[in-house]
Design a protein around this ligand. Structure first.
Ligand SMILES: CC(C)(COP(=O)(O)OP(=O)(O)OC[C@H]1O[C@@H](n2cnc3c(N)ncnc32)[C@H](O)[C@@H]1OP(=O)(O)O)[C@@H](O)C(=O)NCCC(=O)NCCS
Length: 175
């Protein structure tokens, strides 16, 4: 199976809006439309395509002022039937690489990548920890009423991109 990870284009918007109105994300189609357009117009979206169809996406932006050198992962999603095939890791690493380039173009440096997730998102937490993110704080139910949100930070000093696993074709992997 060949997976292509690339920057989203205008032609991807309809599919992204459908994808991000999933009940698991507690969003409807109007909220998804707004969210996708915000990120497409003002921030950054990477998509993972299998046979030309989007099966995953990662939304990112910079956080605060540029001198802070902070990147923010807003959302990472892989369609259920395409999970455990390395799409999520590839999308995340590609987004971190793009953040590095973004800051370098401005003669600045990406220092840290920040994201929040929920305690019950075990797969996401495993992925973040594999890449080197550390859970640094708990926010209680800040974003998710009745839930438990966590803050994860990746310090770029200890980060190594492009490990061998990224280059392995998805169908070489078990599980
Ligand atoms: C989290 C998510 C994006 C992971 O995507 P994925 O494509 O399935 O993940 P990958 O195949 O790239 O996995 C990479 C690593 O993540 C970890 N991982 C991912 N899913 C896992 C699972 N179900 N169980 C254990 N580890 C898991 C593993 O460390 C894995 O590395 P390995 O294959 O070498 O063991 C996907 O499960 C998803 O979309 N979940 C729902 C949405 C979500 O929770 N998003 C995060 C919001 S903050």
């Amino acid at each position: 199976m060949t997976v292509k990870v690339s920057k989203a284009t205008k032609r991807d918007l309809k599919r992204l809006i459908e994808m991000f109105s999933d009940p698991d994300l507690k969003t409807n189609i109007d909220e998804s439309d707004w969210f996708v357009h915000c990120y497409f117009d003002y921030h950054h979206i990477n998509v993972a395509k299998v046979k030309g169809e989007i099966q995953g996406a990662c939304f990112w932006r910079i956080e605060g002022e540029r001198y802070s050198g902070l990147g923010w992962i807003e959302n990472l999603w892989v369609e259920e039937q395409y999970r455990r095939l390395n799409l999520g890791e590839r999308l995340l690493r590609r987004s971190i690489d793009d953040m590095k380039v973004f800051f370098e173009k401005d003669n600045k440096k990406l220092r840290k990548v920040v994201l929040t997730t929920q305690v019950e998102r075990a797969s996401a937490r495993k992925l973040y920890e594999k890449i080197g993110f550390r859970n640094v704080a708990s926010l209680g139910d800040m974003y998710d009423p009745g839930g438990h949100d966590l803050v994860y930070i990746l310090d770029m000093q200890g980060y190594s991109s492009n490990p061998a696993s990224q280059e392995r074709p998805a169908n070489d992997r078990n599980g």
